[in-house]
Design a binder for this molecule. Structure first.
Ligand SMILES: C[S@@+](CC[C@H](N)C(=O)[O-])C[C@H]1O[C@@H](n2cnc3c(N)ncnc32)[C@H](O)[C@@H]1O
Length: 337
């Protein structure tokens, strides 16, 4: 007899009915709960703590990204910019501290029209608004819910260019923090972003990579945020933690890191969906993937033709490509082809 899980009431409050239907469908058909659902409820606090730890660390990917943004800013000020003002479009706006300096510099220089946070999670948008407007009360903060894996970028992002009829306003898109490698269809996501870009606009993106043949593929999943995400899912789905194991590994076939929940018992989940009850069974030995991170393999000279090819296929041309060697982090600036 399968164990009948009692779904935690929070599951129904933290996700919208559409998201619940999507989660249940993923669980049922692909034995997966995509990581994009792990930025809600208690996980918002986990992300805040993660950001804080990155800030305190001597060396961290967030610090590398911070320098990347500073360089972009310096270049923008030195170059002859084609517009009077910018909208900063923060795709996946979960670290307000990271954009603090950039936003402040743009405001001080009187070249910011608005800062636009785009995110799948209302909790993250709320955190972004609270922090950024506290630091900059004069900031024109805008925020929109958007799932970059499902839809093209919201139209409002294009409309903000017309906020001041006498001025030319362009968008500067930031997609920082590695989330690009968490998705199944990376090209689809790039196309969803590029859909409303203008030829003169920039997309700045950063993510982790691995040197070809690097040995550290056994990632320390127990302390990684993906384990906290698995624990949150275990709680929401009403699973007894004793009946499952959290396991992280490098999936050679797919080419990236995964963390998931492995079942040691048969389980039955009864979900209340808008269209009625849906029962999902997971059996002993089943693995539900929660986290995935595709790992682009770079050569020892730091080149990576696969990255250039993927961006080109998505209609984007890389105009700046840099690697931070110690942390193996790539920082890219691209434009429409
Ligand atoms: C790892 S955090 C990165 C935050 C920040 N940009 C940084 O560099 O630290 C990822 C952010 O992307 C958002 N996100 C994840 N998947 C998303 C999706 N499919 N659509 C929109 N936002 C998403 C999360 O809610 C979160 O705020």
């Amino acid at each position: 007899m399968a164990i009948s899980a009692s779904i935690h009431p929070e599951f129904y409050t933290v996700f919208s009915p559409e998201k619940i239907a999507e989660i249940v469908n993923y669980l049922d058909t692909e034995k997966e709960i995509p990581f994009k659902f792990c930025y809600q409820g208690n996980m918002v606090k986990e992300w805040e703590d993660f950001n804080e730890a990155q800030e305190k660390a001597r060396l961290s990917s967030a610090k590398t990204d911070d320098k990347f943004l500073k360089n972009i800013c310096i270049h923008l000020f030195q170059a002859e910019t084609p517009c009077d003002r910018w909208n900063i479009i923060d795709i996946g706006a979960g670290n307000p501290g990271l954009v603090k300096k950039l936003v402040g510099t743009f405001l001080d220089s009187n070249i910011l029209n608005s800062y636009i946070a785009l995110d799948i999670s209302q909790g993250i948008l709320d955190m972004s608004r609270t922090q950024l407007t506290e630091w900059f009360p004069q900031l024109n903060w805008q925020g929109y819910l958007w799932d970059f894996e499902r839809k093209t970028i919201p139209e409002s992002v294009a409309e903000r260019r017309s906020d001041r009829p006498s001025e030319k306003i362009e968008n500067l898109y930031l997609y920082i923090g590695g989330t690009f490698c968490n998705v199944k269809d990376r090209l689809g996501v790039l196309k969803n972003i590029g859909a409303r870009m203008l030829p003169s606009e920039w997309l700045c993106i950063s993510f982790g990579v691995d040197y070809i043949g690097s040995k550290n593929k056994e990632f320390d999943f127990k302390t990684h945020i993906s384990s906290a995400a698995c624990r949150y899912i275990i709680k929401l789905l009403g699973i007894d933690p004793k009946d499952v194991e959290i396991l992280g590994y490098f999936d050679e076939e797919w080419g990236g890191y995964k963390t998931g929940i492995v079942f040691n018992e048969d389980y039955e989940f009864k979900f209340n969906l808008q269209e009625g009850e849906k029962i999902v069974y997971l059996n002993r030995g089943d693995r539900v993937t929660v986290y995935r991170f595709f790992s682009y393999a770079i050569e020892s000279d730091t080149s990576c033709p696969a990255i250039f090819e993927d961006f080109r296929k998505a209609g984007l041309e890389i105009i700046s490509y840099r690697i931070e060697a110690l942390l193996s982090r790539v920082m890219i600036v691209c434009q429409l082809l």
